[in-house]
Design a protein around this ligand. Sequence first.
Ligand SMILES: [Zn+2]
Length: 323
Amino acid sequence: MCEEVLPDLFRIKIPLPDSPLRHLNSYIIRDSARSLIVDAGLNRKACLEAMQRALNSLEMDLSKTDIFITHRHIDHFGLVPKLVTDSTRIFMGRTDKMLLESWKGIGAIAAYARQNGFPENELKAVFDKHPAAQFDLGWIAQSKALDDGDALKIGGYNFRCVATPGHTVGHTCLYEPAKKIMLAGDHILMDITPNIVCWSEAENPLKLFLASLDKVEKLKVDLVLPGHRRLIDRPGDRIEELKKHHARRLAEVLCILNGCSMSAFQIASNMTWDFVSESWDQFPATQKWFATGEAISHIRYLERAGRLVQKTEKKIIKFNIRK
Ligand SMILES: [Zn+2]
């Protein structure tokens, strides 16, 4: 499906088979000199076919097309190697580009998950099923790094890069001030909340995410073009909802701990989740994985705010409320 959202700006719904996200919104900004594709989908047949149908119907010439990747998640860039030509320029926020290029595999993340109580027998299931492991083409980055404030002009659109760390630390949106639109990747989503996960001791992604929401809230935006689900025509309202959602989650973590000492995995198992499943034990390993990553991002926020303390017992990190 190819929908003209604004003159020469099209949304392509790229199917994401087996994913609760359902599809990725790829955007094409068409111009006679050079066009731009924003985000692309996975390296899967269904994604490539949907993209090719759209490119054909828009009579796009890939040798005169560049690609912007909002962030380093595989559902946004996995298909890129199938679209590049010798003349394609690939743009990406500097930090995500650096992280993608220096990626050394899942080892450190798996070790941190174990320390946070994630069961060994479920780790394997997570990594076997993770789309990043299944459909990675072996990304060879020859991308150009963009920084906050950098300009990108395509046809009548004068975009400005807005660094929005949180969902990933190098997440970058494209803002068009004159048209009051923002191509927002996974920074602001409707119906679902952007996944904010933390898999290292050094990071505090929820703090970054909330600061990025404040930053975007100050910009004049009438329409957000997100990376998944519907377009958002009242972004201010949605930003407020997202802030409230995380405030509720932070309160929930404190309520669950209530004087007890728990691992992040135990805390996650007591939080409320929208997954269609009877109980935590029946959640698929992948959902427990995302839930634990989300729990850690809230725990870390509280810890850095001085509300929680951690103590390692028998190699497992346990959290408690600071007295
Ligand atoms: Zn993402």
